[in-house]
Design a protein around this ligand. Structure first.
Ligand code: SF4
Length: 86
């Protein structure tokens, strides 16, 4: 039986597979009204995927998981000039 996800655990205490699963569950359950439209989400992630600041699914500038940051309607890319800006 796996340990329940704890938001306050340190990285050393986490099971990596469990953590990734929990993150994906969090993304799936994120409220529709706070999400950007799917086409915009995909566009943002395509930009992140080509960005030199992307490392292990995280943005080196803000420390966010980009798949979560890009999901939020009101967020922006933290790089100077905002790479997501149209
Ligand atoms: S959020 Fe911006 S700076 Fe960060 S990885 Fe994505 S495009 Fe690059």
């Amino acid at each position: 039986m796996s340990k329940p996800f704890c938001r306050k655990c340190l990285l050393d205490e986490l099971d990596e597979d469990e953590y990734i699963r929990s993150l994906k569950d969090y993304i799936s359950a994120y409220p529709q009204e706070k999400r950007c439209v799917m086409s915009e989400y995909r566009r943002r992630l395509e930009i992140c995927a080509k960005c030199e600041n992307l490392s292990n699914a995280m943005c080196a500038l803000c420390g966010c998981y980009v798949e979560l940051r890009a999901l939020k309607k009101e967020t922006y890319c933290p790089d100077f000039g905002d790479r997501w800006k149209k």
